[in-house]
Structure formats: structure tokens, C-alpha cells
Design a protein around this ligand. Sequence first.
Ligand SMILES: [Zn+2]
Length: 80
Amino acid sequence: MGDYNTSPNAARKFNILERVTQMGKSRIKVECPFCGTRFWAYIWSISGGGKKCENKKCGAKHGSSGIAYPVVGRENSGAV
Ligand SMILES: [Zn+2]
């Protein structure tokens, strides 16, 4: 539980759809490469521990390198 599959086979690049800077804080709208859910994430939360997909059934972690890692056992959830 809470473990991510960080193997290169499981990792997927995620798309950044929009980027907004307000009050000195940047946030981006990302599209989860596993389930297609779109959500906003602050840059600091991405570059800190990584931002989890807002779809609770997915929960993939989106990191600063532009790569998302799935929760172990959910590698193919809503696969594209
Ligand atoms: Zn997702």
C-alpha cells in the first residue's frame, strides 16, 4: 500500500496541458498517463515528493522529471 512501481517499464511520461503563475506560484495542469484524469498541481508539490493523481482508484505519482509512476498493482488501470 502506497508503494509505487518505479521500474522503467511501468513509468510513463505525462502531458502538461496548461501552466499558470499567480502570486509567484506556478501550477500546471497535468494529464495522468494511466487513467486520463486531469488535475492541477503546484510545481513545488511536484518537485517535492510528487503529486498524486486525484483519481483515488489510480493515485499514480507525478514527479518533477515529467514521469509518472503507478501504484504497484495498478500499472494498467485505465490504460491508454
Ligand atoms: Zn491517474
